[in-house]
Ligand binder design. Structure first.
Ligand code: FAD
Length: 365
């Protein structure tokens, strides 16, 4: 039987390992939790339409497809792991907070309609009926009923259980892709080597660092443009439920989202700054996010801050992930998922597992 080594055990590496193992491939996963990983920080929104932007048609094709796969992926994962995944149909409200944002909301509704998304326009009164805790000053919203959110920790725990049940061996160490005679042959670890017929690189923003320079160069754009984009968010504990939907808005030019995880836990996110591998939680981020969040939902002033988290999103130069691209024999990439690693996990799992198995069957690309 062929053996595949997966390097990196965030949501992408775990999903790829599970995709391969449940198709009957022998898998070894090498992962070391290093500072700045993105998956333990994510807000957990499964929301392709809310992320849709002008000129990102190619990205929309993969994000919308993956979102449609989530209910089945979650059910199968829950069954395989015997654990809850925490997928909740919260829907998303894109809220306009002032007149400029109302104009932008109309443009966004047109963009969504052009993409075939059935977003519903809610006037102020309907919006406040739906979410009574929102500030009286809101102007209206677009309602995206098909969006979900997941609990990132539950998803990661379920994936770890599912791969263990499927027989994946996990090695906790920092590794590098081993190249011999122009092909990937395994992973080099500090004091041993893992031999493999194929290697999948899923090391988030650190992926280029796990390759020798000439190999990273040959991999081209997906590797050369990959960089960490810093994101900060805050977890709050509430005395009483605040909102039932995921709420996104721009408040005084600060983009903010509120993701309700249950009646008493909510995430406020997120900043996005291109400052390299900086992991410091900043006062500016806390001030801006909490000011925007409490303007939107005043009663959040009474919440307790339980955590201020910082993660580094793996961003490519064109915001597109490298999924199933094989830059050289024996190596497949699954990285560059930027703001969408959880959203894109089901599609990445399938596409990469199928392409790796096809490469193995053909005696490699
Ligand atoms: C603030 C914030 C909010 C976000 N919210 C959302 C959201 O709501 N929805 C969504 O879909 N996405 C969201 N994201 C994006 C999402 O978190 C990422 O796209 C996703 O986590 C990327 O997963 P990954 O597995 O590629 O990388 P990572 O999660 O970074 O995992 C990489 C793993 O590989 C390990 N590793 C790296 N190098 C090596 C090595 N050489 N040897 C061994 N191990 C190694 C790392 O330690 C880590 O464990 C958010 C991100 C941030 C920062």
């Amino acid at each position: 039987m062929s053996r595949v080594a997966v390097l990196g055990g965030g949501v992408i590496g775990l999903s790829v390992a599970w995709g391969l193992a449940r198709r009957g491939t022998e898998v070894v996963l090498v992962d070391l939790p290093l500072p700045g990983a993105s998956s333990p920080v994510a807000a957990g929104m499964i929301s392709a339409a809310a992320e849709l932007d002008y000129g990102e048609t190619e990205l929309w094709q993969v994000t919308s497809r993956s979102q449609a796969q989530w209910p089945e992926f979650a059910a199968e994962l829950a069954q395989a792991s015997g654990r809850p995944v925490g997928l909740r149909p919260t829907g998303t409200l894109l809220v306009a907070t002032d007149q400029d944002e109302q104009v932008r909301l109309d443009r966004r509704l047109k963009l969504l309609a052009d993409a075939g998304v059935g977003a519903q326009r809610l006037e102020r009164r309907e919006l406040l009926r739906k979410e009574p805790a929102l500030a009286r000053t809101v102007r209206g919203a677009a309602w995206l009923p098909d969006d979900f959110c997941v609990d990132r920790s539950l998803v990661l725990d379920a994936l770890r259980s599912a791969i263990a049940s499927a027989g994946v061996r996990t090695i906790r160490a920092q590794g590098r892709v081993r190249m011999q005679d122009g092909r990937a042959t395994g992973i080099t670890l500090p004091d041993l080597s893992v031999d493999a017929d194929h290697v999948v690189l899923c090391a988030g923003w650190r992926s280029p660092h796990a390759l020798d320079d000439p190999v990273a160069e040959r991999a081209g754009a997906p590797m050369s443009g990959l960089r960490p984009v810093k994101g900060e968010l805050l977890d709050l504990e509430l005395a009483a439920p605040a909102v039932t939907s995921t709420v996104r808005a721009v408040v005084d030019r600060v983009p903010v989202y509120l993701v309700p995880h249950d009646d008493t836990h909510l995430t406020v996110g997120a900043t996005s700054v291109d400052v390299g591998a900086d992991l410091a939680p900043t006062v500016r981020a806390a001030l801006e996010l909490l000011s925007a969040a409490t303007t939107l939902v005043p009663e959040l002033r009474d919440a307790r801050i339980t955590e201020h988290r910082v993660g580094l999103r793996p961003a490519s130069s064109d915001n597109l992930p490298a999924i199933g691209i094989s830059p050289m024999p024996g190596l497949t990439l699954a990285t560059g998922h930027y703001r969408h690693g959880f959203l894109l996990a089901p599609l990445t799992s399938d596409v990469v597992a199928d392409s790796v198995r096809a490469a193995l069957t053909e005696g490699d690309s």
